[in-house]
Design a protein around this ligand. Structure first.
Ligand code: SAH
Length: 219
């Protein structure tokens, strides 16, 4: 088995192991196909390509990391994206999660606060042929009001609480995945479903460790 098939296998195993908490035993075909298709080696930092198919986060510079493949798979899965939907990502980082979303959704809007990472992600995404992605450099905690409301929102850095602006920019019926908790440790991955009358219902999915969300909009 090659290392990529081995990674998909390991993610499938981890899905079964965590099903009691996540409520999902397997990945849906759309997410599994995207995971098999997106080249993680095109998004990792130069020099770390040999580790691209290991199931762990890797440094991408500026104190940031490309998320663990299992976590990317799980967050994408729980967003329940439909092909016609528009999704906002906060924390473009390497662009790997962005590419996963671009495989599944109609349009992806992604915000990164560190300009050098945003530029590198833009190059990687266009070299991989993703034309349904719009990137912006700035504080993602404030959302992207001009493009709101979104069907789904994914935050890939941990906030002390759910930023109000993001909740406001989620449509009724929309879903948000966000890690919430202190800078170091004790964070929980939340799935927030906004119901028809606009109230966010929270479910804690798993304990996680993300880099902190920075900026004034972090809730
Ligand atoms: N999904 C990315 C995760 C990168 S780590 C990947 O797998 O590559 C989280 C990213 O969030 C970092 O790049 C960090 O710079 C960015 N970030 C932190 N605070 C932010 C903010 N307020 N607005 C936008 N991006 C932010």
């Amino acid at each position: 088995m090659d290392e990529r098939a081995a990674l998909l296998d390991e993610i499938a195993h981890e899905m079964r192991e965590t099903a009691r908490w996540t409520g999902r035993t397997t990945l849906s075909p759309r997410v599994a196909d995207a995971l098999a298709k997106v080249k993680r080696e095109a998004f990792v930092a130069p020099g770390t390509e040999p580790a691209a198919y290991e199931n762990r986060p890797l440094p991408i510079g500026h104190g940031q990391t490309i998320s663990q493949p299992f976590v990317v798979a799980l967050m994408t899965e729980l967003l329940d994206l439909q092909p016609a939907e528009r999704v906002l990502e906060v924390g473009t980082g390497s662009g790997y999660q962005t590419a996963m979303l671009a495989e599944i959704a109609d349009r992806v809007y992604s915000i990164e606060v560190i300009p050098e990472l945003a530029e590198r992600a833009a190059v990687a995404l266009s070299s991989q042929g993703y034309a349904n992605v719009e990137l912006r450099t700035g504080d993602g905690g404030l959302g992207w009001p001009e493009q709101a409301p979104f069907d789904a929102i994914i935050v890939t850095a941990a906030a002390p609480d759910v930023p109000r602006a993001l909740l406001d920019q989620l449509r009724p019926g929309g879903r948000m995945m966000i890690p919430v908790g202190p800078r170091h440790g004790d964070q929980e991955l939340l799935l927030i479903s906004k119901n028809a009358v606009g109230i966010g219902v929270r479910r804690s999915v798993l304990p996680v460790a993300f880099v902190p969300l920075t900026g004034g909009g972090r809730g």
